[in-house]
Design a protein around this ligand. Structure first.
Ligand code: OOB
Length: 557
């Protein structure tokens, strides 16, 4: 299929051909046509979305970070300079670029510069370390890696230089300043004359690769198109009341799907609102920003919402501008949810979403009992939701079962993962979320459990297999099993059961040794087991598998 040139007559602007990226499962043609016909997919790219807002509100403030303020016009200018700089370094449409940055303004400039070029950002979390980053670079065959010089005592600049040497395909390692200031690389990139903004990618192209929380040895990559993702952003804005007057506090990791699009930074940019970038969601970081900038909307994971509610600082700052608090990423208990309105004076919106697609919200005008006791309902009338038993048969309404979903912004397959896709999707394209839910007659979802082998540590997802594999690389380890155990604040924390090799000295190899070993392997800190227990054997199921359920239960309480 080819597309018509957009303004061939002028000879200047010519639409590119659709991008062909290997290892992506496309939406079925008839459904894609339907989503367009219904106005879900409007045929706009992320770069076009931003520049539409730039032309509507050039003087409006887009981003606030410390003393720094960027208007939409300034952000647009920065994007086009960076795009010129990145192009001069050889970055082209379809190239994958691993973006590994904390909550700093240049994140927006760089990501939109990549969008402008039609290059494909791979969104690493700031907490990721060598183990994850090396894998992302190799798996996505990235041409460039963008990171900060230092973060949390880690010399990422040195890591970047090292990876640039060891991975032949990696042509560029771009290092920006971790405190949001300038760096040699950003100064150089910004010194280019701005590129002209024009269509360099198509709305049906893969816009970026998000990362799955994962249940397997390595995180899977999630290919999202401009069309599908921006649909979820526009609808999120409508559902969450985001407009030009919104002042949104960004305190979760900026590249997480929740922060990006529910309604997140993209929601703000689409609506022409303001975002305030904070370093993290702790009350002492967030409350002064809310007071100073009259923040109207914030998004948190449940443990941070608890920290806000229990903080003595609550009465020391003026939080009266806050209208809505979005809480998601992990189950928010109804008992705590009940306290949000009376104690913070704002409306709670629960968000149950996934980087693979489907996002559910409680609505701003929902009854209080729905807001506190459900995780909301889907964004779109065309989100299909099924709740099934172990044999994929629909369970009676109101009973708990596996949540399956497909729809106008849910992927049809992970990137380059045909075998995994066989298991994660039904033959007719439903994504197996791995969540156990109940569905109310009016379509509200309550999450009651999980069937996937994943630990949800306060919203941060850990694939036990990834940690187990690294533990097995230690000489003294015979076998390892990692499970989630209940935790009052985080919901779950992680515990590793370890069987040492015969002859290994349990005095010499302790919990500290193994944690240090994982850290030295470059595993992100949140994946390092909170507890390590040495045992002689693992409980077994009838078919000889490790009985993880028994391991979780034996540590309950
Ligand atoms: C969000 O995205 P991911 O990809 O990090 O994690 C998705 C998984 C879900 O399958 C579910 O297991 C869990 O996180 N989850 C929740 C939840 N929100 C996410 N479990 C219970 N209650 C909730 N409210 O976490 C994410 C993506 C977009 C928006 C919000 C969260």
């Amino acid at each position: 299929m080819t597309t018509q040139p957009r303004s061939a007559a002028s000879g200047e602007v010519t639409d590119p051909e659709p991008l062909v990226l290997d290892g992506v499962v496309p939406y079925p043609r008839d459904l894609a046509a339907l989503y367009r016909e219904k106005g879900h997919w409007i045929g706009r790219t992320h770069a076009e979305m931003l520049f539409d807002t730039v032309s509507r509100h050039p003087d409006g403030t887009a981003v606030i970070f410390g003393e720094e303020r960027l208007s939409y016009a300034e952000l647009g200018d920065q994007v086009l300079r960076l795009a010129a700089g990145l192009r001069a370094r050889g970055i082209r449409r379809g190239d994958r670029v691993v973006v590994h940055l904390p909550n700093i303004p240049i994140y927006l400039g760089l990501v939109f510069a990549l969008f402008e070029l039609g290059a494909i950002p791979v969104f690493a979390l700031a907490a990721h370390r060598r183990s994850e980053i090396e894998y992302f670079l190799e798996f996505a065959e990235a041409k460039a890696y963008i990171t900060v010089d230092r973060q949390g005592g880690h010399d990422l600049g040195a890591l970047a230089a090292e990876l640039r040497q060891s991975i032949p395909r990696l042509e560029q390692a771009i290092v920006v300043s971790g405190d949001g200031g300038s760096s040699a690389d950003t100064d150089e990139l910004l010194s280019h004359a701005p590129l002209d903004h024009r269509r360099r990618s198509l709305p049906g192209d893969i816009a970026f690769l998000q990362l799955s929380g994962g249940t397997t040895g390595r995180p899977k990559m999630i290919p999202r198109t401009h069309d599908d993702y921006l649909y979820s952003v526009r609808e999120s804005n409508r559902i969450c009341g985001v407009d030009q007057d919104t002042v949104h506090l960004v305190s979760l990791p900026i590249s997480h799907n929740f922060t990006m699009s529910s309604p997140g930074i993209l929601g703000v940019l689409e609506a022409g609102g303001q975002m305030v970038l904070g370093p993290n969601g702790s009350p002492d970081a967030a409350f002064p920003l809310i007071e100073e900038h009259r923040v109207t909307q914030a998004a948190l994971v449940p443990p941070l919402a608890v920290a806000w509610l229990n903080s003595g600082l609550k009465d020391r700052y003026d939080l009266s501008s806050l209208r809505t608090l979005l809480v998601g990423g992990a189950k928010f208990s109804a008992e705590v949810a009940k306290r949000v309105r009376p104690e913070l004076g704002c409306t709670l919106q629960q968000v149950f979403g996934m980087a693979e697609g489907l996002v559910n919200y409680t609505r701003l005008d929902d009854e209080e009992d729905i807001v506190v006791s459900t995780q909301g309902r889907p964004i779109s009338p065309d989100d299909e939701v099924r709740v099934v038993d172990d044999e994929d048969r629909d369970v009676p309404h109101g009973e708990a079962g596996h949540l399956l979903t497909r729809g106008p912004y849910t992927i049809r397959g992970y990137y380059r993962a045909p075998e995994h896709n066989e298991r994660s999707f039904t033959a007719d394209g439903f994504y197996r979320t791995g969540d156990i839910v109940r569905l109310s007659p009016d379509g509200y979802i309550t999450v009651v459990g999980r069937s996937k082998d994943q630990i949800n540590r306060g919203g941060e997802k850990i694939a036990p297999e990834e940690v187990e594999n690294l533990l097995l690389a230690h000489d003294a380890v015979h076998d390892a099993s990692v499970v989630g155990i209940p935790d009052d604040l985080l919901g779950e924390r992680s515990k590793a059961y370890v069987i040492l090799r015969q002859g290994a000295d349990p005095e010499g190899v302790g919990a500290v040794t193994l944690k240090r070993f994982l850290r030295a392997r470059g595993l992100a800190a949140y994946k390092i087991p909170d507890v390590v227990d040495f045992v002689a054997e693992f409980p077994q199921t009838g078919v000889g598998k490790i009985a993880k359920r028994a391991q979780r239960a034996s540590t309950a309480g």
